[in-house]
Design a protein around this ligand. Structure first.
Ligand SMILES: Nc1ncnc2c1ncn2[C@@H]1O[C@H](COP(=O)(O)OP(=O)(O)O)[C@@H](O)[C@H]1O
Ligand SMILES: [Mg+2]
Length: 634
């Protein structure tokens, strides 16, 4: 126990690579999970099992046929003392042997074929289930789980299970049946010789127990390292800009080398265990063979065994090599697969906290009023980021939210779409607690344009339509026009068919924001619109265009606009000022200026800077003089 802990401390220092969802999965649960994916194919599985029995029976019959031939016609011929002994009695044995081998081939082929089909189908189901399960998770899950870990579950771990379902289990079952069959037949033929043959068995069992544990532990580590490996490369490639800007390549390289070395070492360790284990088994089987030869020879002399029996036993012993060796190989595979299965099961057990209500309500006549009642919210228990928020936004009001970074503006917007649920209090739309609405419906009522929107691999049109062919070209262009995105799109080669690089890398951040805004206008034409610093990277001129466009489409539609630039905010019906998780000021531009509080200070500071900007008309100067402006204001 202590050693295990030490191992983990030494190896897994990188945060976020360990399975965050530490949760004990019993073998029972695991087997039940696997059974769930296999049961739809029970008929085929039954058939493969029957085929398997046939395979074992056939391969067991071969040495027995030889024994019968030797003890029957051959011994007769040898002991008859005739000049030309009659060996025609051998013919039926020859024919039977040939037929048995041919049948064996046919059975084995159909068995493997059928099994592979079932295994692949069951796994396709599992992959689908897992992906859909991840799709259902809430934001807390995605914030907590590194992408590398999700990728590892859906690739490596599934691969390991594929091995388990399509080969390992069958190999184990078939080899076990063959082994048991061999032992039973041995006892049936000659119990004394059978006991002699089995004398090495306890040693084999001990070796198996010894190595089983070590291999399982090593393969658990292996998979953690694979997850770390995937998480690391994912992180490095995503953060390549920072890596190169700050010249962190050397650190990157060294860290990769460390993980890569661990990867190799743990792989080799598994190999080592397996090689030693296999060698020990091979030695034990050879020893067993020697003992049978010696004991059997004694038996023939003492007449409690025949030559045919001895030869059959040697054949049976040799035939038991293969299943035992394969079983030992499968032990490693199965351990790997089981720990992969465990991780998948653990992920499948996580239930999203944010789900549809059991008896959902519906809003029949959407007015779009928003109410926060005594809302307190925290990401981490004990550290509230929103405290006792009380707010009523009547339908159709245009509200702006300002406040320092970290004040809780994004969190407030996130609550409205139920990315998270409140700890205390309620959030209501048209008087209905949003927890009583179906999630899909709620997200039609509220659409948030985030500050850092994501672009998918595809054209501009794909990204605007979100791959939904029912969005017409006209709808798309109209939305782009309102969002003031049309100008830049038309200048791109191919216009709306311009192909975006992964993540939209060939657009500027501001252009991505314009696309996101247009996208929200297309897909939620009647929703409450929340812009979370959605125009923060857009020049003032374009922003003015957007405001004009929005003023038209948002007429009568509730909107919440989180912004830093107070020029955006000035014309809102109402301005909320947030500070440390609370709304500290609430009013129109004029009333807030008159109140001479936080907003008035912010405004005067920006206004002073604006005037400076106008005077020098360069941003460098404005930055250099920012300090002066502030001082003058005080
Ligand atoms: N996913 C998260 N998990 C934990 N804490 C978070 C998370 N997102 C934001 N926070 C914390 O919540 C506070 C408010 O953040 P946020 O609502 O994003 O502020 P704003 O949008 O006003 O800049 C910050 O102190 C931040 O550290
Ligand atoms: Mg924010």
């Amino acid at each position: 126990m202590l050693r295990k802990q030490k191992l983990q401390e030494a190896d897994f220092t990188r945060p976020g690579t360990e399975d965050v969802w530490e949760d004990v999965i019993t073998d029972r649960f695991l087997i039940r999970m696997l059974a769930r994916f296999v049961t739809p194919y029970w008929k085929q599985l039954l058939l493969t099992f029957l085929l398997l029995l046939g395979v074992s029976a056939m391969s067991l019959s071969l040495p027995y046929l030889i024994k019968q031939a030797i003890d029957g016609p051959i011994t007769e011929a040898v002991t008859s003392g005739a000049e030309n002994p009659d060996l025609s009695g051998l013919i039926p044995y020859g024919i039977a042997y040939f037929l048995a081998v041919a049948t064996l081939f046919g059975l084995r082929f159909s068995h493997t074929y059928l099994l592979q089909t079932v295994g692949q189908n069951a796994l396709a189901d599992l992959r689908q289930t897992l992906f859909q399960h991840i799709l259902r998770q809430d934001m807390a899950f995605f914030n907590k789980t590194p992408v590398g870990q999700l990728v590892a579950r859906l690739s490596n771990d599934i691969d390991a299970l594929t091995e388990l379902l399509s080969t390992s289990i069958v190999m184990v079952v078939s080899n076990s049946i063959t082994l048991v069959g061999i032992i039973v037949v041995m006892f049936a033929i000659n119990w004394r010789l059978a006991l002699i043959a089995l004398s090495v068995m306890p040693f084999m069992v001990s070796a198996t127990i010894y190595f089983r544990r070590r291999i399982r532990r090593a393969s658990n580590r292996f998979h953690r390292i694979v997850a770390e490996y995937l998480a690391y490369i994912n992180e490095q490639f995503n953060g390549m800009l920072v890596v190169q800007l700050f010249g962190r390549q050397e650190a990157s390289r060294a860290e990769f080398e460390r993980i890569n070395r661990q990867y190799r070492d743990v792989h080799m360790k598994i190999r080592d265990y397996y090689t030693v284990y296999a060698s020990i088994l091979q030695i034990l089987t050879s020893v067993g063979l020697g003992i049978v030869l010696y004991g059997g020879g004694q038996g023939v002399l003492a007449q409690w065994a025949t030559i045919g029996t001895l030869i059959a036993f040697i054949d049976y012993m040799r035939r038991s090599f293969e299943p035992i060796l394969q079983l030992s190989e499968q032990v490693a595979q199965i351990q790997t697969a089981l720990s992969a299965g465990e991780r998948i099961a653990r992920m499948l057990r996580i239930e999203p906290q944010i789900v549809d209500p059991p008896q959902p309500k519906h809003i029949t006549d959407l007015q779009r009023s928003v109410t926060f009642e005594h809302v307190t919210f925290s990401y981490e228990p004990g550290h509230p980021v929103l405290r006792d928020i009380n707010l009523h936004i009547p339908a159709g009001q245009h509200v702006a939210i300002v406040g320092a970074t970290g004040a809780g503006k994004t969190s407030l917007a996130g609550l409205l779409t139920r990315f998270y649920d409140v700890d205390e209090g309620r959030v209501l739309i048209d008087g209905v607690d949003i927890r009583e609405l179906p999630l899909a419906e709620l997200r039609q009522y509220v659409s948030v344009v985030p500050q850092n929107p994501y672009c998918f691999n595809g054209t501009i049109a794909d990204n605007l339509r979100l791959f939904d062919p029912s969005v017409t070209y006209e709808q798309m262009v109209e939305a782009a026009r309102v969002a003031a995105a049309d100008k830049f799109i038309e200048r791109l080669p191919g216009g709306y068919d311009f192909m975006l690089l992964p993540g939209g890398a060939n657009l500027s951040q501001g252009q991505r924001q314009l696309l996101a805004l247009a996208r929200a206008l297309i897909h939620s034409p009647r929703s409450i619109l929340v812009l979370d610093e959605a125009t923060s990277n857009i020049d003032t001129e374009t922003e003015e265009l957007i405001q004009e466009g929005l003023a038209r489409v948002l007429r009568g539609r509730t909107s919440l606009i989180i912004a830093h630039r107070l020029s955006t905010v000035r014309d809102a019906d109402r301005i909320l000022v947030m500070q440390r998780g609370q709304i500290v000021e609430d009013g129109t531009h004029e009333t807030l200026l008159r109140a001479n509080g936080l907003y008035a200070r912010l405004y005067r500071r920006q206004f002073a800077q604006l005037r400076l900007d106008e005077r020098y008309n360069t941003s460098e100067v404005s930055q250099a003089t920012e300090g002066t402006a502030q001082r003058r204001e005080v």
